[in-house]
Design a protein around this ligand. Structure first.
Ligand SMILES: *Cc1c(COP(=O)(O)O)cnc(C)c1O
Length: 413
């Protein structure tokens, strides 16, 4: 019997029920993944008991002989994985990490450029009611209406017009590769700091599938739990000349004690990502996404930008006459999890948008390949083309369950 089961039946039941949901369903949310059992073991370890404010060798409490070594391993592996000059592995998650970068390198009120939020930017890139939008003057750039891709000449023109102190590149719902070098050139032309937020694509970059911005960007943030397949958290990488400012902004600027159990999980995940198998994984994530995109197109789905270069697909459901919200909830009911999402120049509202966003990191971790992508596309098509046929949905749910159980989730027996 597990300790939770003995002590807290309610929580035990809920966790068991979530295990069943994860095992029996197809996870297509592109920001989700399954960590290894080793990563989970670190996150559930006694390291959660330790306070270690400060950095290795410079802590404010005693008893750091083990924790210092653990955090140092995480830092060294992160630097090796991305070729970074400096890495801070303490950020609690992606959102605080972005605020820490702004806090380190900007003054309140400074001008920053980021992708428009309803076109794929993240809420920490200037949401008007959020911290970033209130503390800084965010100028949004856009994608092109006909291609769905970022028009770098327009980014350049906006940068010349607004002279931002920082340009943020990196997105939460953009299916295409990013022209990092062009962003760097534009930042240099106007004297801006170049910041990349690679939260979504870090695993594909680490696996050598997408170009790495770390060598020529000033500062790069990534979450560790998306394609990178580590524990929930984040890290900041930067050039040596910004290292002191970044470290001070993380602690004591924004955070107190680092979560060393999670940092141990990050160290293990970075170790996994340094292995040759991870390159295979990253390659298959992309192959699966491209194949799934093609299979959806064959079935009459319209994809923003016409396809994908990454793990992520954005579908405009306007021609299917099914709103994103309805698609999300009906697919959920058959065990296929994805999220409703705005599409560029959406005529509907963010709470009830025209599109859905899906991706392949999680199902690829389970070992699914091209043949399974065809089945997934087929199920999505059948549900959306027969949105009210509950009898058919019931049958699809059984098919989804049967296939899912053939591909175990790490840590679920
Ligand atoms: C996920 C994400 C974040 C935020 O990460 P949280 O850990 O959810 O706070 C920041 N930026 C981008 C581009 C993301 O995709």
């Amino acid at each position: 019997m597990s300790a939770i089961q003995q002590q807290d039946g309610d929580l035990f039941e809920l966790i068991e029920s979530e295990k069943k949901r994860q095992a029996e369903g197809i996870e297509l949310i592109p920001s989700e993944n399954y960590t290894s059992e080793a990563v989970m073991e670190a996150c559930g370890s006694i390291l959660t008991n330790k306070y270690s404010e400060g950095y290795p060798g410079k802590r404010y409490y005693g008893g750091q002989e083990n924790v210092d070594k653990i955090e140092t391993i995480a830092i060294e592996r992160a630097k090796k994985l991305f070729g970074a000059e400096h890495a801070n592995v303490q950020p609690y998650s992606g959102s605080p990490a972005n605020y820490e970068i702004y806090f380190a390198l900007l003054n309140f009120g400074d001008t920053v450029m980021g992708l428009k939020l309803d076109q794929g930017g993240h809420i920490t890139h200037g949401l008007p009611i959020g911290f970033s939008g209130k503390a800084y003057n965010f100028i949004p750039y856009e994608v092109e209406k006909d291609t769905g891709k970022i028009d770098m000449e327009k980014v350049r023109a906006l940068a010349i017009e607004h002279k931002p102190k920082m340009i943020v590149a990196g997105f939460t719902a953009y299916p295409r590769d990013i022209e990092w070098r062009k962003f760097r050139e534009i930042a240099d032309e106007v004297g801006a700091i170049a910041m990349a937020d690679i939260s979504h694509t870090a695993g594909l970059i680490a696996g050598g599938e997408l170009e790495n911005p770390v060598p020529y960007f000033d500062v790069v943030m990534t979450t560790t739990h998306k394609t990178l397949r580590g524990p929930r958290g984040a890290m900041i990488m930067c050039k040596e000349k910004y290292a002191k400012d970044i470290d001070r902004a993380v602690f004591p600027g924004m955070q107190g004690g680092p979560h060393e159990h999670i940092i141990a999980g990050k160290a293990i995940a970075f170790g996994e990502a340094l292995k040759p198998e991870f390159k295979e994984y990253a390659k298959q994530v992309r192959k699966n996404a491209v194949h799934l995109a093609e299979e959806l197109k064959k079935r009459g789905f319209e994809l923003v930008s016409g396809g994908t270069d990454t793990h992520l697909i954005l579908v405009d459901l306007t021609n299917k006459n099914v709103p994103g919200k309805v698609a999300q909830s009906m697919l959920d009911s058959v065990g296929i999890t994805l999220n409703k999402n705005t599409v560029p120049f959406d005529t509907r509202s963010p709470m009830d948008p025209s599109g859905i966003r899906l991706g392949t990191p999680a199902i690829t971790t389970r070992g699914m390949k091209e043949p399974e992508m065809e089945r997934v596309a087929d199920w999505i098509d059948r549900v959306i083309s027969n949105i009210d046929d509950l009898e058919m949905h019931k049958q699809i749910k059984e098919e989804v369950r049967e296939m899912s159980l053939k591909f175990p989730v790490p840590g679920i027996k």
